[in-house]
Design a binder for this molecule. Structure first.
Ligand SMILES: Nc1ncnc2c1ncn2[C@@H]1O[C@H](COP(=O)(O)OP(=O)(O)O)[C@@H](O)[C@H]1O
Ligand SMILES: N[C@@H](CCC(=O)OP(=O)(O)O)C(=O)O
Length: 372
């Protein structure tokens, strides 16, 4: 029984090109509707779902009658633009049969590396998930250049798992999971059922690159599992054509390869916060806020802040200090320095009146706060 899988509340499900396009013959709508049925059942069981779907280039190639993947960037991008239409149409109509809405989100690397856009993408995704809509995410292939491509959707799915703090990343692919050697050239290869994502022995196993339609192969799936582990998520790499694959995962059946993070979710997130950001400003707290943060494990509300120093934007790291200047914590600000100036000392109910909108009631949420 895989309790980490059965107990997971928020899943990111990634479906690769090789599966979605029935090996290059257009979108495999029959397979899509079988996954949709299972995703709807998960949804009904209270699981929050985000779908990362590849297949735009492959679907576009098939619409254009192209048999070989073009190498010119503008041709790839044109194929993606054509194929993405069919891809979202197919997901939309299939989910609609079960009374579910979908939402298209196309992301580039910049959207996730810029802190402000990162926070905005996160708020939108959270809002969609709360509305019980299924976000369907792909890379924004039409506008990306080589330097800012994710390139493979395994990486994109892992970063989305970080973004939404998923507990489980499910990578559906055309093999039953990760084998101890590439099954294309090793008929005796054995499936690996469980491993730690950071196990260095896996690097040799995942050596070779992907198939004709997909881009990543096992290497990018392993890297994705390691990225997902940074925010404490487990990853399952499993065969998308296995009968009732998602139902069986939810039931705890031992199928596919489960790659585990080395740390728990919150610990991993805090470590990630601690390692990644420069500080841009300072918030001087009152004594009540110092106690709430250091003893109560609470979020920092505007009412407990006396002064704002420095110039920071929403999503940037700020230092929280006691009235005597002692550093108490660091965290990601939900408001810019200019906005923070206007709301400090006030109750959160007053934020809308003061700013004309409210991003969050907290100035720094406790999940985004590391005590020093
Ligand atoms: N150790 C391994 N175990 C399983 N598959 C492997 C391994 N090494 C390489 N592969 C290859 O990776 C392919 C899956 O990756 P890819 O073609 O990128 O698919 P997707 O479109 O699902 O991302 C498999 O078809 C397989 O041939
Ligand atoms: N954004 C691209 C997906 C890139 C890709 O091929 O990913 P994958 O099949 O998951 O290795 C598309 O939709 O065609």
């Amino acid at each position: 029984m895989r309790s980490k899988v059965t107990g997971a509340q928020r899943w990111v499900v990634k479906i690769g090109s090789a599966l979605l396009t029935a090996d290059g013959k257009g979108l495999d709508r029959a397979a899509m509707s079988v996954w949709v049925e299972q995703m709807v059942a998960l949804h009904e069981a209270g699981v929050e779902l985000v779908l990362v779907s590849s297949g735009a280039v492959a679907a576009g190639m098939s619409r254009l009658g192209w048999t070989a993947r073009p190498s010119a960037m503008h041709e790839l991008q044109a194929a993606a633009a054509i194929g993405q239409m069919g891809l979202v149409q197919a997901w939309e109509s299939s989910f609609a049969e079960h009374g579910r809405h979908t939402a298209q989100i196309l992301l580039t690397h910049d959207d996730l590396s810029d802190r402000k856009r990162y926070l905005n993408a996160r708020s939108t995704l959270r809002a969609l998930v709360e509305l019980k809509v299924i976000p369907v995410i792909n890379e924004n292939d039409t506008v990306v250049t080589d330097e800012i491509r994710f390139g493979d959707n395994d990486t994109l799915a892992a970063l989305v798992a970080n973004l939404v703090e998923a507990d489980l990343l499910v990578i559906l692919t055309d093999r039953d999971g990760m084998f101890d050697a590439d099954p294309r050239n090793n008929p005796d290869a054995q499936l690996i059922y469980e491993a730690r994502a950071d196990d260095p022995a896996l690097d040799a196993v995942a050596g070779s690159v992907g198939g004709a339609l997909g881009r990543g192969g096992m290497q990018t799936k392993l890297r994705a599992a390691r990225l997902a582990a940074r925010s404490g998520a487990h990853t399952i790499i499993v065969g998308g054509r296995l009968e009732r694959v998602l139902d069986r995962l939810k039931a705890g059946e031992r199928i596919g390869t489960l790659l585990s993070p080395e740390r728990g979710m919150l610990a991993a997130r805090k470590q990630w916060l601690a390692g990644h950001l420069q500080t841009r400003g300072t918030l001087v707290l009152d004594a009540g806020a110092v106690a709430a943060l250091s003893q109560g494990n609470k979020s920092l509300l505007p009412v407990g802040v006396k002064r704002v120093q420095g110039s920071f934007r929403r999503g940037e790291m700020v230092v929280c200090v006691a009235p005597d200047g002692r550093e108490i914590a660091r965290g990601l600000a939900n408001y810019s320095a200019l906005e923070a100036q206007k709301i400090i000392g006030q109750s959160s109910d007053a934020i809308v009146g003061l700013l004309g909108y409210m991003a969050e009631p907290e100035l720094v949420h406790r999940d985004n706060l590391i005590l020093v």
